[in-house]
Write a protein that binds this ligand. Structure first.
Ligand SMILES: [Zn+2]
Length: 96
């Protein structure tokens, strides 16, 4: 049994004009980013040189976004940790 569920991130509502359309299967997309990702993943064999380059750039953007997310998480954890240590030391200094 094959279920063909729409991808929520790339699905375009009927009343919305698609920003980008796949050149291979005419599927509409909300963003060029999503279209480029789709072409590289679904039409890898028939993709043109330009489309391959676009796909690689999109993959790189995703990686950068992920890196930024990780970096923010690490910084946030560091701030929480040092605040806890400072507060702990202040409390110890007062009552110790
Ligand atoms: Zn397509």
């Amino acid at each position: 049994m094959t279920r063909n569920l729409p991808d929520p991130a790339t699905d375009v509502p009927p009343d919305e004009e698609p920003t980008a359309v796949c050149a291979h299967c005419e599927r509409p997309f909300r963003s060029v980013h999503a279209r480029d990702l789709h072409v590289g993943e679904v039409h890898e064999a028939e993709a043109t040189e330009t489309e391959r380059e676009r796909y690689e750039r999109v993959i790189e953007t995703e990686r950068d976004d992920l890196w930024l997310f990780h970096a923010r998480t690490v910084v946030a954890l560091g701030v929480v940790y040092s605040t806890t240590v400072i507060l702990y030391m202040v409390v110890l200094g007062q009552f110790g």
